[in-house]
Design a protein around this ligand. Sequence first.
Ligand code: CMC
Length: 422
Amino acid sequence: MQNAKLTLGEQTFELPVLEGTEKELAVDISALRTKTGHITFDPGYGNTGSCKSEITFIDGERGILRYRGYDIEDLASQATFPEVCHLLIYDKLPNREERAVWRKRLTQHSFVHESMLNFFEHFPPTAHPMDVLSAMIAALPAFYPDENDIHLDIIRLLAKTKALVAIAYKKSLGEPIVYPKTDHSYTANFLRMMFASPAEPYVCSKTQEDALTLLLILHADHEQNCSTSTVRMVGSSHASVYASVSAGISALSGPLHGGANQEVLEMLEAIRQEGGATKKYIARAKDKNDPFKLMGFGHRVYKNFDPRAKLLKKSCDAVLAELHIDDPLLEIAKELEEAALKDSYFVERKLFPNVDFYSGILYRALGIPTNMFTVMFAMGRMPGWIAHWKEMRDNPQERIHRPRQLYVGNPQRPFPPIAERK
Ligand code: CMC
């Protein structure tokens, strides 16, 4: 691979060019400042590769997403969520024996320390589930002190996230919590912990279990997005995996990231209440004087289609039909998508539905309340965050993340005497 040449004034510098597995190219500027005294300027990191990673490959132009080399379509149709967790974190689909052990450990560790349950009593009923989850995950190591066993930490995080989400829901309803059952799958257990009650035993259907599996798998990783980069950033200081993923949950909560799924549903609901005003919302999204954006549309990387949105749209039709649900919001979502995809504003900017556009319709069909959509995303993303944290910590070359900046503030100025400081 030929080096890149950078000319600054009279001088030309050679910079190595790196090539990834899928032939994507990167100019290695890691020695740029030492060699030239310059830094690069890339707000929002749109052109910056922050690391080498073996976990997930995305080709945004061709709408490709792969975990550890496997196409998302194959994983979505043939794998279980615990298998995908194992694949992402350990680069291996578990064999039959490993699968049984993995599944057993994920159930065993989904019980939460009883003293931790006291916490839930003190959150006000208005607390957003993302705030609760982030706080609870950050608190976990206090109840499970450091045993220096990263594999145990991994199991705990995957297993207890599911339990913490379900407990938060039960507590918000004032209902008793439901303990996991050892003979249930990860997804069936979660649905039972959410929806079983002493008055009404709960049996989830295969359709519901499969729909949840699909949602979790599609959210499981997405390379260096905002929350995953946050996890890597925090972890680069050698902060614990708990502290790092708790920060990831906070990053995910924003409406431009995972919080978009809740916003999409609220937007569709508002359109419905206004009698199907899709045109009005499209016009607002295009109006540069209006801060409104079409939620669930657009992506930094996908410029053709988001394969996850495609799979979810297909699944919405099937799941709603199988569960005999007639959700007017699905029709509104389809109308909105159709109108946007014909509009030159969206076409020119290559704005397509992203993962958050259709996921809410499925969560709703499963009975998940709207304010819990983003914690569902967090539950799905947990293995991805862990995989990236682990990959980084296993790499002896990894340094603390510490970007530079271009200072554009005041130049040095004399400090005013106290009489002048009013
Ligand atoms: N509605 C209207 N206009 C949009 C939208 C939208 N949803 N998304 C982007 N644009 C416009 C944007 O205003 C800009 O226009 P112009 O060139 O005239 O200034 C152009 O498209 C390029 O957008 P950008 O803001 O430079 O793109 P970005 O890569 O910085 O942001 C995004 C990506 C996902 C934050 C953004 O598209 C957005 O805010 N979408 C709505 C929120 C959303 O659905 N977020 C979920 C993302 S996918 C799941 C996840 O990562 O959590």
